[in-house]
Design a protein around this ligand. Structure first.
Ligand SMILES: CC(C)(COP(=O)(O)OP(=O)(O)OC[C@H]1O[C@@H](n2cnc3c(N)ncnc32)[C@H](O)[C@@H]1OP(=O)(O)O)[C@@H](O)C(=O)NCCC(=O)NCCS
Length: 190
């Protein structure tokens, strides 16, 4: 842990669904800011979290100061029939997008409240959710304009492999990033 008085823990799907109101509130706050400026749709967020939390292997890493949620990361293994690679705007070889159990972990959220950033909380959440994963690799989608996230992911070893239609805004494109696993153990050995 790099930030004093902040505690980190991993929650499984069923436990995370119990925190839906808190997760929705922090998500709405972060995505109301630039570059996103998205209007919150609480019902849509709750529905999505409910669906995700029922998927095998769905996991959340949360950071709290006292009881106050200051950031979280979420992810799950991709299923063989995943739609993850469906909306690419660049062509990737079939071998790269073919999924089977144990191949790919998708990091679907990583966010920290603005006033808690640049203290290593994002990095700690990232490392906590990826540490010890059994999959070969991890992937995520990030908006090109999300400068802080882009910079952070590059410095943590992620590389852009393609572009896709942004699931949150189908009119625009987003970057698909990938990293080999285990990313955390190998970094610590360097
Ligand atoms: C990306 C995010 C989670 C990082 O959280 P954080 O707690 O600040 O992360 P850390 O303190 O561990 O690392 C921050 C790193 O991000 C990068 N970074 C953060 N803010 C930056 C900025 N304004 N400009 C450039 N790089 C920045 C730097 O590499 C920085 O490392 P450094 O502090 O050692 O220089 C946070 O900025 C966030 O919530 N952004 C909005 C949500 C988002 O875009 N999430 C990603 C969607 S996939």
């Amino acid at each position: 842990m790099t930030s004093t008085d902040v505690t980190f823990r991993l929650l499984e799907g069923r436990q995370s669904a119990e925190h839906v109101a808190e997760l929705q509130a922090i998500h709405a706050q972060v995505y109301a800011d630039p570059p996103y400026r998205r209007d919150a749709d609480a019902a849509q967020f709750a529905d999505r979290l409910l669906v995700q939390s029922r998927q095998p292997g769905f996991v959340i890493a949360e950071a709290r100061h006292g009881g106050y949620l200051v950031g979280y990361a979420a992810g799950m293994p991709l299923r063989s029939a995943t739609s993850w690679w469906r909306d690419l705007t660049t062509t990737l070889p079939d071998g790269l997008t073919a999924e089977h159990p144990g191949r790919t972990f998708a990091l679907v959220e990583l966010l920290v409240r603005a006033s808690w950033r640049r203290q290593g909380i994002g990095r700690t959440l990232h490392d906590l959710i990826l540490r010890g994963r059994p999959e070969e690799r991890a992937t995520l989608v990030v908006a090109p304009a999300a400068t802080a996230a882009q910079q952070a992911f590059r410095s943590w070893g992620w590389r852009r492999i393609a572009r896709t239609r942004d699931p949150a805004d189908p009119a625009s494109v987003a970057d698909v990033l990938m990293i080999g696993l285990p990313a955390i153990g190998s970094k610590e050995q360097n």
